[in-house]
Write a protein that binds this ligand. Structure first.
Ligand code: KIV
Ligand code: NA
Length: 245
């Protein structure tokens, strides 16, 4: 699983054969330049979802419900999920949390909308944690995560993402659940992995958590290409005879 937020990138990611494309609210950070995912609106997620959907033929498309559109009021949660499904034609939605939002999850599932859970580090709750450091290192939080994971599976979620938790706990949860467990910074004992596409392609530069493997250095490639273009334009090397009418 990898994220995508726009048509051109989603097309490449889908063609390369990834199973699941997540239209993550990490768009807030990598597309919009915000420090957290909290400012993301439902309309913005729908814009990204529509763009990605048009590009994808093979992968399952999952769209994140953004902060403030599903917590507290399960009827509002269902409305939000329905808007995503209707307007983007996504295959499923993802939301963050366990017991606290189980009413919302139940109601969304009852409308026939597939739900992917998300536990561990939940970036929409950054103001509760204070930092983006590893979650569930202490027994109490680990036990809560295990209980929440069971709750999500029993409710009918088709999969769950575990973000930034000890590998041992990730493996334990994956062995316990029958639904696929997708990890990001949750070790190698889970069923699948997810990364933010801009991070794994090396487009983002400052963000370097231990769990991030960079498969390309596009930041350097892009800056190199742009500076080459600038040089060529200034020297009038570009456009040449064959590149004009
Ligand atoms: O928004 C996102 O990109 C995510 C993944 C990191 C799981 O939720
Ligand atoms: Na997200």
């Amino acid at each position: 699983m990898l994220t995508s937020y726009d048509y051109s990138m989603a097309k490449l990611v889908d063609q390369a054969g990834v199973d699941v494309i997540l239209v993550g609210d990490s768009a807030s950070n990598v597309m919009a330049g915000n420090e957290t995912t909290l400012p993301m609106t439902l309309d913005q997620m729908i814009y990204h979802g529509v763009s990605v959907r048009k590009a994808v033929n093979r992968a399952l498309v999952v769209v994140d419900l953004p902060f403030g559109t599903y917590q507290g009021d399960s009827k509002e949660a269902l409305k939000s999920a329905i808007r995503i499904m209707k307007e983007t034609a996504a295959d499923a939605i993802k939301l963050e949390g366990g017991a606290e939002i189980i009413e919302s999850i139940d109601r969304i599932l009852s409308a026939g909308i597939p739900v992917m859970g998300h536990l561990g580090l939940m970036p929409q709750s950054i103001n509760r944690y204070g930092t983006y450091s590893v979650r569930a290192k202490e027994e109490e939080e680990a036990q809560k995560l295990i209980a929440d994971a069971k709750l999500l599976e029993e409710a009918g979620c088709f999969s769950v993402v575990l973000e930034k938790i000890p590998a041992k706990l990730g493996k334990q949860v994956a062995e316990m659940l029958r639904i696929p467990v997708i990890g990001i910074g949750a070790g190698n004992g889970v069923d699948g992995q997810v990364l933010v596409i801009h991070d794994m392609l090396g487009i983002t530069q400052e963000f370097s958590p231990r769990f991030l493997r960079r498969y390309a250095n596009l930041a350097e490639d892009i800056k190199g290409a742009v500076s080459h273009y600038i040089t060529d334009v200034k020297s009038r090397d570009f456009p040449n005879e064959r590149e004009q009418y």
